[in-house]
Design a binder for this molecule. Structure first.
Ligand code: F6P
Length: 557
C-alpha cells in the first residue's frame, strides 16, 4: 500500500521524537485491511527536519519491524511544494470543483514530480515478484506510470479518494495530460462513484483522444480496467466501543446527562472549505430564526479537526467559522442554553462513537466530497435505528445512501427546513430509513471493499494484454428475433445517440424521426415488454422528444 500518510507520523517535541496517530479516513480504512494480510505500507514520515537522530531512527525501526510501515523522508522544499503546494493548492481545490482557488506554481510541480519519484524508489526497494502495488489518492497521480516504466509486468492498482472533476474543470489544470497518463500506468483504476468514473472517461477522451468502455480502455498495448467502488468503514470498531468500551459508555452517560433536555444535531468534519461548515452554520441560524419553538430545545455539536493549517485558505476558514459561531451563540445564548457547542480538535474514536450514538441527527453537508466516511460512521452506531442522517447530495456517499434526507448544501432555506424535518421525523419512517442504511453500511464494509479491489486488481493484471480488440460480437438478427418472440417478459434498454439515431456533429440536430417515435410507441405498448431509454442527454431534451410515449421509461443525464 502506498499513500501520502501512514497511520502514524513523526512528531518532535524539543529534542524528543514520538509517533502520533494521523487523522483522516484513509488510515481508518486501510489499517484493518493490512492487519489481515502480510502487506507493507509505504508513506511519508511526516517530518522534514532532515536530521539523523538515534531516537528518531529507533522509532522508524519499530514502525518497520512491528507495523510493517516504511517511512519516506521528504526534505522541506519537496514536502512544501508537493503537499501544501501542488497537492493541496492545485489538485485539491480543482478536483473539488473550486477552480478559482487553483494555484499552480511550476516549482510546486517539480516538487510533486520529485516526491512521486522518491516514492517510486522506495517501492522498488521492497518489491518482490508477483507483488500487488496499491497506490492511493491525488498525491500520486504520476506514480503508476513511473513505476510501470521501470517494472512493466508489476500489478498496479490506483484508487482516487477525492472526486474526479468534470472534464471542463479538469482541463484548466496545467500538466493535465501528464497526470492522466500517470494514472493510466495502473492496471486497475478505482473511483468512489460512477459519476467520477464518467468524468475521468470524458477527460481521457477530450485530452488524450482515447475512447473507453464503462469498465476499461486500451492504453497502448495494455488494458486498463476502470471501476466505481465506494469505500466502506470497519463498523465493528464503533459497535465494539459502544458495547464494550468503558470510556465510550462513560462518555455516553455524561452526554445524556448534559444534553438530556434537548435534541442533538451533530457535525464532524476536517476544518476544510469543501465541508460546507459556514454554509451549514448559516442554515442553522436560519432554522433558529424560522422555527423559534426549537430554541432552547436543540443543540448543534460541531466537531472540526484542524487541517493543512499552513495553506492560507484554511487559516481564513478557521477564522470565518470561529466568527460565525461567536455570532450565532452571541445572538441566541441564554444562561442555560447555547445553540452551538464547538470542539475544534481531533476526537478519539471512543469519544466520537459516544457522540454518534447520542446524536438525534447527523448533518453531513459537504459542498463536494469524494465519499465522506462520517456519514457511514454515524449510521454504524445506530443499531436501534434511532437517528436521522441529513446528507449532501454532493457527497460521494449519497450515491449509495439514498435513504438519508438528501440536501443541496448551498440551499440555505432548504437545509434549514430539512433540519426541522429531521428533528420531527415520524418514528416509523426514521427507523425504516436508518435500518436500511445500517444494513448497507455493515454489509458494504471496508473489508468487502478491500477484497474487491485486490481481486479485481489481480484479474486486471493477469488479463492486461489478453483481451485487446476483443469486443463482444453483435447478436445475429435471426437469433435476436427468436429470442424476442419467445420471451414472456422482456426488458429492453436502449441507448439514444449512436444507437437509435446516428451521431450528429451538432447534438441538437440528432432529433428522433417520426418513424423512430412510432416504433418506440409500438414497442412500449406491448404489455410483455418494459422499454427504457437510457441516455446521457438532458432530461429536458428527452422529455420533449419522448415524454408523450406511454409506458416508456426514461433515464436521463
Ligand atoms: O479525502 C482525501 C484525503 O486524502 C483523505 O483520505 C484524508 O482523510 C484526508 O484527505 C486528509 O488529508 P490530509 O492528509 O491532507 O490531512
Amino acid at each position: 500500500v502506498v499513500s501520502n500518510r501512514l497511520p502514524i507520523s513523526l512528531k518532535r517535541s524539543g529534542t524528543f521524537w514520538h509517533s502520533k496517530a494521523t487523522a483522516g479516513g484513509l488510515a481508518t480504512a486501510m489499517n484493518p485491511i493490512l492487519r489481515g494480510s502480510d502487506g507493507i505500507w509505504i508513506g511519508w514520515s511526516g517530518d522534514t527536519s532532515e536530521t539523523t537522530d538515534k531516537n528518531r531512527d529507533a522509532i522508524l525501526k519499530v514502525w518497520a519491524e512491528k507495523h510493517r510501515y516504511f517511512a519516506v523522508d521528504l526534505d522541506q522544499e519537496t514536502a512544501n511544494g508537493f503537499y501544501e503546494g501542488l497537492a493541496n493548492q492545485a489538485l485539491w481545490p480543482l478536483f473539488h470543483h473550486f477552480p478559482s482557488l487553483l494555484r499552480f506554481d511550476p516549482e510546486h510541480w517539480q516538487a510533486y514530480v520529485r516526491a512521486n519519484e522518491k516514492f517510486r524508489d522506495e517501492i522498488l526497494k521492497h518489491l518482490r515478484p508477483n507483488d500487488l502495488v496499491w497506490i492511493h489518492d491525488y498525491h500520486f497521480l504520476l506514480l503508476p506510470q513511473m513505476l510501470r516504466e521501470l517494472v512493466p509486468e508489476i500489478a498496479i492498482g490506483f484508487f482516487l479518494h477525492v472526486p474526479f472533476p468534470s472534464s471542463s474543470v479538469f482541463r484548466t489544470l496545467p500538466k493535465r495530460e501528464k497526470l492522466l497518463r500517470g494514472m493510466l500506468g495502473a492496471d486497475y483504476v478505482g473511483f468512489h462513484t460512477h459519476r467520477y468514473l464518467q468524468h475521468f472517461r470524458t477527460s481521457i477522451l477530450r485530452l488524450l483522444g482515447l475512447t473507453s468502455q464503462m469498465d476499461h480502455l486500451e492504453a497502448g498495448n495494455r488494458i486498463v480496467r476502470l471501476d466505481a467502488l465506494p469505500i466502506g468503514i470497519a463498523p465493528h470498531q464503533f459497535t465494539d466501543l459502544l458495547t464494550k468500551g468503558a470510556g465510550t459508555r462513560k462518555q455516553l452517560s455524561e452526554l445524556k446527562q448534559r444534553f438530556g433536555y434537548c435534541k442533538i444535531l451533530l457535525s464532524v468534519d476536517r476544518l476544510d472549505y469543501t465541508k460546507g461548515i459556514p454554509e451549514r452554520l448559516r442554515a442553522y441560524r436560519r432554522f433558529l430564526q424560522e422555527y423559534p419553538n426549537w430554541r432552547g430545545k436543540v443543540v448543534l455539536i460541531q466537531v472540526a479537526v484542524p487541517s493543512r493549517e499552513r495553506v492560507p485558505q484554511y487559516t481564513r476558514l478557521r477564522r470565518e467559522v470561529d466568527e460565525l459561531i461567536e455570532e450565532i451563540n452571541g445572538e441566541w445564548r441564554t444562561p442555560h442554553w447555547s445553540p452551538i457547542t464547538y470542539l475544534r480538535r481531533n476526537l478519539p474514536q471512543a469519544e466520537l462513537a459516544a457522540l454518534y450514538a447520542n446524536a438525534d441527527v447527523a448533518l453531513v453537508t459537504p459542498l463536494p466530497d469524494g465519499l465522506n466516511l462520517v456519514a457511514k460512521e454515524y449510521v454504524a452506531c445506530k443499531s436501534a435505528g434511532d437517528g436521522v442522517l441529513v446528507l449532501s447530495e454532493f457527497a460521494g456517499a449519497a450515491a449509495e445512501m439514498g435513504e438519508a434526507l438528501l440536501v443541496n448544501p448551498y440551499d440555505e432555506e432548504c437545509l434549514s427546513a430539512t433540519i426541522a424535518r429531521a428533528l420531527s421525523l415520524d418514528e416509523t419512517e426514521k427507523r425504516e430509513r436508518m435500518m436500511a442504511l445500517y444494513r448497507r453500511v455493515h454489509k458494504n464494509n471496508v473489508f468487502a471493499w478491500g477484497d474487491r479491489f485486490i481481486t479485481n486488481l489481480t484479474t486486471a493484471a493477469q488479463t492486461r494484454s489478453k483481451q485487446l480488440h476483443n469486443e463482444p460480437r453483435p447478436l445475429e438478427k435471426k437469433q435476436l428475433v427468436n429470442a424476442f418472440t419467445q420471451a414472456q417478459s422482456r426488458l429492453i434498454m436502449l441507448d439514444y445517440d449512436g444507437t437509435l439515431t446516428p451521431f450528429a456533429s451538432l447534438p441538437q440536430s440528432a432529433a428522433p424521426s417520426k418513424t423512430l417515435i412510432d416504433l418506440l410507441e409500438r414497442l412500449a405498448q406491448d404489455e410483455h415488454s418494459t422499454v427504457a431509454l437510457i441516455s446521457g442527454r438532458s432530461r429536458i431534451d428527452l422529455e420533449r422528444w419522448f415524454g408523450d410515449i406511454p409506458r416508456l421509461w426514461i433515464a436521463a443525464e
